[in-house]
Unconditional design. Structure first.
Length: 186
């Protein structure tokens, strides 16, 4: 008697093995102006974290991280939080904007402000038009009042290609017809 693994257990193994290969890339900034480049291509299971504890004093902030997408990467989701504080607070960033730029430095997506909770502002960006093998930059800009603090978390994913879905539909129809034919014979 042949024993098979239950589908749920197989799915858990697949998810566990995929997440075991995930990489978390980090870009940390200490100055108001800075840029970093991630050397490896980002895959659909990877994530990228940009963080800043900007102690270089008051002034304009532009921190950017450049990366290249690997095959299969089609979407990016960015969640950002920064210390907005109150006027006079020493840990404070104001006028923060987060953009996703393509290789020609054109803005392809910009953040949507969500709100402030306990002195921390929050925004997010979702973009589903990434092209594999292309170069993109996440840029955080704003004004540092003295010491600025922020965190941007980027996650990447793949979505089914239209060609894959269009091939799946006839296959499901064929399985349904075969099942129906088998039921009639029984």
């Amino acid at each position: 008697m042949k024993q098979t693994m239950p589908a749920a257990a197989a799915l858990v193994l697949i998810v566990a093995s995929a997440s075991a290969n995930a990489a978390v890339y980090e870009a940390s900034f200490e100055n108001n102006l800075g840029s970093q480049t991630i050397a490896n291509s980002i895959t659909p299971v990877d994530s990228l974290v940009m963080s800043g504890l900007l102690s270089s004093g008051a002034g304009s902030v532009i921190n950017s991280t450049t990366f290249t997408t690997a095959a299969g990467v089609q979407t990016i989701s960015l969640d950002a939080v920064w210390r907005s504080g109150a006027a006079g607070d020493t840990l404070r960033l104001v006028g923060v904007n987060i953009d996703l730029l393509d290789s020609s430095s054109a803005v392809v997506a910009s953040d949507a402000f969500i709100g402030v909770l306990n002195g921390f502002a929050h925004s997010s960006v979702d973009f589903g038009g990434l092209i594999a093998g292309s170069v993109y930059t996440i840029r955080l800009s704003g004004t540092n009042t003295n010491v600025g603090q922020y965190l941007v978390d980027a996650s990447f994913a793949s979505v089914p290609l239209p060609a894959t879905v269009s091939m799946l539909i006839p296959a499901l129809i064929g399985l349904g017809a075969l099942s129906r034919r088998h039921t009639r014979r029984a």
